[in-house]
Design a protein around this ligand. Structure first.
Ligand SMILES: Cc1cc2nc3c(=O)[nH]c(=O)nc-3n(C[C@H](O)[C@H](O)[C@H](O)COP(=O)(O)OP(=O)(O)OC[C@H]3O[C@@H](n4cnc5c(N)ncnc54)[C@H](O)[C@@H]3O)c2cc1C
Length: 300
């Protein structure tokens, strides 16, 4: 079985940041990614709030991060981790193909994903008008009416992007909007954006989304719908270890360590108020520095 000092699960902003910091130590590590490196960066149309890069696309920032890591000699391994178990010393991580690796510490940087609404029509019309990624699928709805369902910044940002392509964007919010004033002002200033409060009851359409029915029976005619309501944490592979969570998100101390010794977390997987790139990067660094300190103590 391959063994490492540290296994980082997830190569988004948080995981790559942790890897960059680990590269400065003598510890061996593996950075495991099940999909495209960069994580959510790959679906962000434009980033305006990452310090030092006033306006950059998510893909550009993702490629810059990967280049920086590779120039330092860091590599990304591909695989999907499904379970973490306690070992005699450290932990064992199991991949979905049954392969296992050993490590003394885990840095969980596996982010979060969109929470499905679980309403009628959502499953059936997924990929037929319903999408959870405006950057990926927005162009399919050029000059058509679409609905964005959410109340946070990431929903507002996607609504702004869609407004540049689509004939009409209904921004439906199920609870008070938490998006920043700057985004709200922009949305309100656009002639093809309509903001309305309401909850989705079901999606309808013959082979393709045609309309969204709200719980008060209002009907919104839309060819596309982007439910960008909440995120769910990617922490389930750690649950067998008894990690403490809040709503699935990992509770950590100020060094990013969970209640399980040598299991750290960083980025969107962490239980916190702000899920942004700037703190994902900072938490990746903190987790790496914490692991380095802990494992060095153990080795001397
Ligand atoms: C549409 C949108 C727009 C946004 N705009 C901004 C913005 O303008 N500014 C800003 O600061 N933030 C923005 N954000 C938030 C920002 O993208 C996130 O806070 C940040 O990318 C989180 O990084 P992360 O590394 O924690 O998670 P992620 O980027 O989600 O990376 C996690 C990685 O882990 C991998 N993974 C998951 N589970 C496993 C597993 N079991 N095994 C192996 N790999 C696994 C995933 O494939 C993924 O690549 C936006 C988010 C969205 C969705």
């Amino acid at each position: 079985m391959e063994t490492y000092d540290v296994a980082i699960v997830g190569a988004g902003m948080a995981g790559i940041s942790a890897a960059i910091y680990l590269k400065r130590s003598s510890l061996s590590f593996t950075l495991i990614e099940r999909n495209a490196p960069g994580g959510k960066l790959n679906v962000i149309h434009r980033i305006d709030n990452y310090p030092g890069t006033p306006s950059i696309s998510g893909i550009e920032l993702s490629l810059a991060l990967q280049k920086q890591l590779s120039e330092l000699g860091g590599k990304i391994s591909y695989g999907n981790i499904v379970e973490a178990k306690k070992a005699e010393e450290g932990f064992i991580l199991r991949f979905d193909n049954g392969k296992e690796i050993g490590c003394l510490a885990i840095i969980a940087a596996s982010g979060s994903s969109e929470k499905k609404l679980g309403v009628p029509g959502e499953k059936e019309l997924f990929g037929k008008g319903i999408s959870y990624c405006a950057t990926c699928d927005g162009a399919f709805f050029r000059n058509k009416p679409v609905l964005v369902y959410g109340y946070k910044d990431f929903a507002a940002e996607d609504a702004l992007y869609l407004a540049s392509l689509c004939s009409k964007v209904y921004f439906l919010y199920p609870q008070p909007i938490e998006a920043t004033d700057a985004h709200l002002e922009q949305l309100k200033s656009l002639p093809n954006v309509e903001l309305a409060e309401g909850r989705i009851e079901r999606f309808e359409g013959e082979g393709h989304l045609e309309r969204v029915v709200l719980s008060d029976k209002r009907i919104i005619e839309a060819n596309g719908a982007f439910p960008l309501f909440e995120q769910q944490s990617g922490s389930s592979f750690l649950w067998p270890l008894g990690v403490k969570t809040n709503n699935g998100f990992l509770v950590t101390d100020s060094n990013m360590e969970t209640n399980v010794k040598n299991v750290y977390a960083c980025g969107d997987i962490v239980d916190k108020k702000l899920r942004q790139l700037v703190n994902a990067a900072s938490e990746g660094a903190l987790a790496a520095v914490g692991v380095i300190a802990n494992l060095k103590k153990k080795k001397v």
